[in-house]
Design a protein around this ligand. Structure first.
Ligand SMILES: NC(=O)c1ccc[n+]([C@@H]2O[C@H](COP(=O)([O-])OP(=O)(O)OC[C@H]3O[C@@H](n4cnc5c(N)ncnc54)[C@H](O)[C@@H]3O)[C@@H](O)[C@H]2O)c1
Length: 251
């Protein structure tokens, strides 16, 4: 059991994790306070530092979870992550799990995957300002690992929803139970790592190696929903799917 500070705990993934990581002592925070969730804006350095005191790990989910104006993703995702990493370092928290995204590497094509799948640590190739902010978060994580020794695992999450909703999800879905397995594994990993956040999907084309290396063994498969989701767009062979065509900065 560990004491874990969760940012963005009121969001989709936060709700999934709260229901599944209850064997830890969870400190639930979000910019919007709610029942059982304390107010914490990750851009407020002093508040983040206070929240980090006495915790064993931070699972940093809070932020803008899709494309938006550059200044917004810079302020919340990048500066907010810097505040979290700096606070962890200042208060002696050894481990931070960062919710990165497949959109940090969204412009790789399936044809570049190779026999073992597209590597977890393929260099960043963002498909949006949002994806760029996630790449910047990963890079900040590396800085704090290299200079200050924090263990930082950056999860390049695919599509983490209760169930797959389109054909792309059949390859990139991360189930709620696998999300909890992934975070649990990340909470014991060392170093600075990039790990795909994806389930054991039959149509998966992102490598399982990074997950294997930290003891993440997914067990769900989006294929179960194959007959109930809309057909695939045959031109959608990029990691980031429709995000790769969205105008930069649009909400
Ligand atoms: N769900 C997915 O499929 C998916 C895929 C890739 C990456 N991610 C990443 O995982 C994280 C969680 O995603 P989600 O789907 O739960 O998103 P979400 O939008 O449902 O939740 C994000 C939460 O962050 C909070 N937040 C926003 N600004 C904040 C701030 N300044 N300080 C503190 N909290 C703030 C919001 O209030 C919200 O509750 C995000 O960082 C997102 O980018 C999610």
């Amino acid at each position: 059991m560990a004491v874990i500070l969760l940012t963005g705990a009121a969001g989709t993934i936060g709700r999934m994790l709260r229901a599944r990581l209850g064997h830890h002592e969870l400190r639930l925070t979000d910019v919007h306070a709610a029942n059982g969730i304390e107010a914490l804006d990750v851009t407020d350095a002093d508040a983040v530092t206070a929240a980090c005191r006495g915790v064993d790990a931070v699972v940093h989910l809070g932020g803008i979870a899709g494309e938006g104006p550059f200044e917004d993703v810079l302020a919340v995702n990048v500066r907010g992550t810097e505040r979290v990493l700096a606070a962890a370092a200042a208060t002696g928290v050894p481990r931070v799990v960062l919710a990165s995204s497949n959109h940090a590497a969204g412009l790789y094509d399936q044809s570049e995957a190779g026999p073992g799948g597209l590597p977890d640590d393929v260099p960043a190739r963002p498909d949006s300002y949002y994806g760029w902010s996630k790449a910047a978060m990963e890079s900040l994580g590396r800085l704090y690992h290299d200079r200050l020794g924090l263990h930082v695992v950056c999860l390049r999450i695919g599509s983490c929803t209760p169930h797959p909703s389109d054909a792309r999800d059949l390859a990139v879905w991360l189930s709620p139970d696998d999300a909890a397995r992934l975070v649990e594994a990340a909470l014991t990993a060392t170093g600075w790592r990039l790990v795909w956040g994806v389930s054991a999907n039959t149509r998966r084309w992102w490598s399982p190696a990074g997950g294997d290396a930290i003891g993440y063994h997914p067990s769900d498969d989006a294929e179960t929903w194959a007959s109930s989701v809309p057909a695939a767009d045959p031109t959608d062979s990029l990691v980031g799917g429709p995000m790769t065509r969205k105008p930069l900065g649009s909400r």
